[in-house]
Write a protein that binds this ligand. Structure first.
Ligand SMILES: [Zn+2]
Ligand SMILES: [Zn+2]
Ligand SMILES: [Zn+2]
Ligand SMILES: [Zn+2]
Ligand SMILES: [Zn+2]
Ligand SMILES: [Zn+2]
Length: 242
């Protein structure tokens, strides 16, 4: 069975990762386990959860705007810094281009609560919104300083705060459930879709009228480009003066 993903020009096939086989996910840049969507001619692989990730999410960390899944960062330099874990990324991100909010796909799907073998209580994901005043503190698992800008897992009972990546090292991300809006079907099967197209005369899903969210994203990108152009013009004007 073949699948089409918006980020890749070729059809993908589901593949069971063999023991010892090292395939890196093009969505989140980490190694793949169990089954992956694969394009062998390009060595392009996606974790199932990365391939099935929604095109946009309404995320509690950024209630203002939906976060749009983009295959490549739009920033000059081609990388982003994840607001959840602070690490850079160069492939998929959930982003709000207007507010420069960027999340790795696995970070966007961190579970709201987690347990860790070293602590008896349940830990809650904290998005450390700018309104929350938190004093600098060290992660109770790795003893490195916690950056107040980034997310943490906190114990609400005692003084125990840890990095998200320290708390969830062994946790596989689940899919973020968007509870009050119907989600669009991901990875339509290209074979049957083409048949449907011929038989019913309906337009294939990819050609359908654009989702308002995609239009919003395009608007965001256009604004971003206009911004960059303005900056380029400004620097050009400055250098032409000297
Ligand atoms: Zn992945
Ligand atoms: Zn390919
Ligand atoms: Zn991250
Ligand atoms: Zn925003
Ligand atoms: Zn840590
Ligand atoms: Zn506790």
């Amino acid at each position: 069975m073949e699948y089409k993903h918006f980020s890749h020009e070729h059809n993908l096939r589901l593949h069971q990762v063999q023991p010892g086989q090292q395939l890196r996910c093009s969505g989140c840049e980490s190694y793949c386990y169990e089954s992956v969507y694969a394009c062998w001619q390009c060595n392009f692989f996606l974790h199932e959860h990365c391939g099935n990730a929604n095109r946009y999410v309404k995320h509690p960390c950024h209630a203002l705007h939906p976060l749009i899944l983009i295959p490549r960062p739009t920033y000059t330099g081609g990388s982003f810094f994840c607001d959840a874990c602070g690490a850079p990324g160069t492939s998929f991100s959930y982003c709000c281009a207007l507010c420069e909010v960027d999340l790795h796909v696995p970070c966007a799907f961190l579970p709201p609560t987690a347990t860790h073998a070293s602590h008896p209580h349940e830990l809650s994901l904290s998005h450390n919104l700018p309104t929350q005043k938190i004093s600098p503190d060290a992660c109770k698992l790795c003893n490195q300083l916690l950056d107040p800008k980034h997310w943490t897992y906190d114990c609400l009972i005692c003084d125990f705060r840890v990095h998200t990546f320290c708390a969830t090292r062994e946790v596989k991300p689940g899919l973020y459930q968007d509870d009050d809006e119907p989600t669009t079907t991901q990875l339509p099967q290209s074979g049957p879709k083409e048949n449907d197209f011929e038989v019913s005369g309906e337009r294939p899903e990819g050609e359908a009228t654009e989702d308002p969210i995609v239009q919003l994203y395009k608007l965001q990108v256009e604004m971003e480009m206009a911004n960059q152009l303005a900056q380029m013009m400004a620097s050009f004007n400055l250098s032409s003066l000297v």
